[in-house]
Design a protein around this ligand. Structure first.
Ligand SMILES: [Zn+2]
Length: 258
């Protein structure tokens, strides 16, 4: 009797080990990758985190802007230096390496000067390409303008780079609980023909190690607690779900129209 062919569905959700040989995580700010991808980094030592908004504004305002004030910074502090140091320490806990880009967060800029995706794409594409990744993890990019911008820029980078790279989105910790926003982004990607689908990425769900890494951002935790009750969400403990971005299976595309 002829053997049954292996059904296509056996592969859905599966991530092949070779896809995860060289992982790059794109982070909007100096903390988002650790908040959303610690278990991934714990399982795959040597990942690189490229943080987009790690630059210094021309001037720090006096008084400090709201977020920095919540973080406990005071006039005269070099906030980006302190935050980069936090990031370096946190990533060391997870055996990961930082790469910092010099874009400046929207909160320091007049609205018309906010950094937009086309301004980022060359720098981000170059940084990612130099790392020769097999997989890139980008944020869904929810609510916060820097997150939204980072997501859109990452999608432009995806269009440019080698089609052999696997792409995933991770859920923005804190922001994913804003009503409807994760659903909105997933629906938007779905309708664009890039179907986000939960992937069974091997991780090490070491909550203690994640807590230690997250604890390396004491300044950010103050503001994240004030605005988002971050401790409740991290204590749940919230899962880290990664979603593969890929076109639909042959013949399924019409679902995007319904
Ligand atoms: Zn952020």
């Amino acid at each position: 009797m002829p053997e049954d062919p292996v059904p296509e569905m056996r592969e859905w959700g599966v991530v092949r080990p070779e896809e995860l040989e060289r992982i790059v995580i794109v982070s909007p700010h100096l903390d988002d990758a650790v908040l959303g991808c610690s278990y991934l980094m714990a399982r795959h030592p040597g990942a690189t985190v490229v943080t987009v908004f790690a630059g210094r504004p021309e001037e720090y305002p006096d008084p400090m802007e709201r977020w920095d004030a919540l973080c406990g910074f005071v006039p005269g502090d070099e906030v980006h230096v302190a935050r980069r140091a936090e990031d370096e320490t946190a990533l060391r806990v997870l055996d990961a390496e930082p790469v910092w880009l010099d874009f400046v967060e929207h909160s320091y800029l007049e609205r018309e000067r906010w950094v937009r995706p086309p301004a980022i794409v060359d720098g981000l594409a170059g940084a990612v390409e130099r790392l020769d990744p097999t997989a890139v993890f980008a944020p869904f990019g929810l609510a916060n303008p820097d997150h939204d911008c980072t997501h859109d820029a990452a999608m432009l980078v995806r269009d440019r780079l080698d089609a052999g790279i696997s792409w995933f989105c991770y859920e923005d910790t804190g922001y994913k609980h804003i009503p409807g926003l994760l659903a909105w982004r997933i629906s938007k990607l779905f309708r664009s023909g890039l179907w986000p689908t939960p992937a069974a990425v091997p991780v090490t769900a070491d909550h203690e190690r994640k807590t230690r890494a997250v604890g390396c951002y004491p300044s950010q935790l103050l503001a994240l607690e004030a605005d988002w009750q971050i401790s409740v969400k991290l204590a749940a403990p919230a899962p880290e779900q990664y979603w593969r971005l890929a076109p639909p299976p042959d013949g399924w595309g019409m679902l995007s129209e319904i």
